[in-house]
Design a protein around this ligand. Sequence first.
Ligand SMILES: NC(=O)C1=CN([C@@H]2O[C@H](COP(=O)(O)OP(=O)(O)OC[C@H]3O[C@@H](n4cnc5c(N)ncnc54)[C@H](O)[C@@H]3O)[C@@H](O)[C@H]2O)C=CC1
Ligand SMILES: O=C(O)C(=O)Cc1ccc(O)cc1
Length: 309
Amino acid sequence: MSVIYDRVALIGLGLIASSIAHAVKWKGLAREVVGHARSAETRATALEIGLCSEVFETAAEAVRGADLVILCVPVGAMDAIAAEIAPHLKPGATVTDVGSVKQAVIDAVGPHLPEGVHFIPGHPLAGTEHSGPRAGFATLFVNRWWLLTPVAQSEPDAVARLRSFVEAMGANVEEMDAPHHDLVLAVTSHTPHLIAYTMVGVADHLRRVSQSEVIKFSASGFRDFTRIAASDPVMWRDVFLTNKEATLDILGRFTEELFMLQRAIRMGDGDMLHDYFTRTRAIRRGIIEAGQDTDAPDFGRAPAPKPGA
Ligand SMILES: NC(=O)C1=CN([C@@H]2O[C@H](COP(=O)(O)OP(=O)(O)OC[C@H]3O[C@@H](n4cnc5c(N)ncnc54)[C@H](O)[C@@H]3O)[C@@H](O)[C@H]2O)C=CC1
Ligand SMILES: O=C(O)C(=O)Cc1ccc(O)cc1
């Protein structure tokens, strides 16, 4: 694989940035990768494990001379970072991000960026419940979707270059508009995370009340289902604060469905429960057969390439 951007700057050195750093190195996609982290400990770790050749205390220093800047901070931190880096960006540079919500990032970052800088928001549908600079790995994006939500000003050549960079890390790219992205992710990621967090809260509440061993003897369904509730609280706080409308919409639909099942249980309506589970099992199996999922613990797997492709 060949160099696509000479100098890549990663802002915020957590799970996603460290995975990008490993993947870029693995595939030889940049001449140098530099970074910014707020804490001295993260800066030291990034150098120690070779994520970056240089790590800066400020984002402004990190973006100087960079051809590609990737904002890898929680969605709520994007505004302040964009304001800080804007005067220091190289003319012609591309700025992208990996935030889990897109319209809020566009609103927060777009207005700060000077003309002549290409802004192309993005979101890898790949991750884990772990965070920090040691959590990343080079293959995180392989066969995963990476959604791009270009804005009106995004130039096709700049989008094509970013697309080739992301594809070289193994991801499959699809473009969509930001509101659509935010609704789709509210269904497939944001609301499920909220429900998982809630279920852990319920189990903990029960443990305290009954002194029983809910967590100790939790069946694998509980463990699988609540894995994502170990994810970073700052990141998820920001997702719900910034994708408010879509998550409230989906949560409303979820609650209605849940009430319907609750009623069926109360009424002893076995036919209704059986029909419901039969239908949803078929839907879930259909998702697997369509290649949108596997037994991998996380979602967002893109279809495997066709033989010979
Ligand atoms: N964790 C996941 O599975 C995925 C996360 N994302 C998105 O990627 C972004 C980064 O997430 P992760 O890498 O998972 O998080 P992380 O928690 O591993 O890393 C984020 C880093 O940003 C730093 N940070 C926070 N505020 C900052 C600020 N104001 N200035 C500088 N640094 C700051 C934190 O100290 C941390 O080192 C988020 O926007 C998240 O929504 C996207 C796809 C998957
Ligand atoms: O760990 C998991 O299963 C995830 O769901 C990871 C994830 C978290 C947030 C995103 O915006 C995308 C992917």
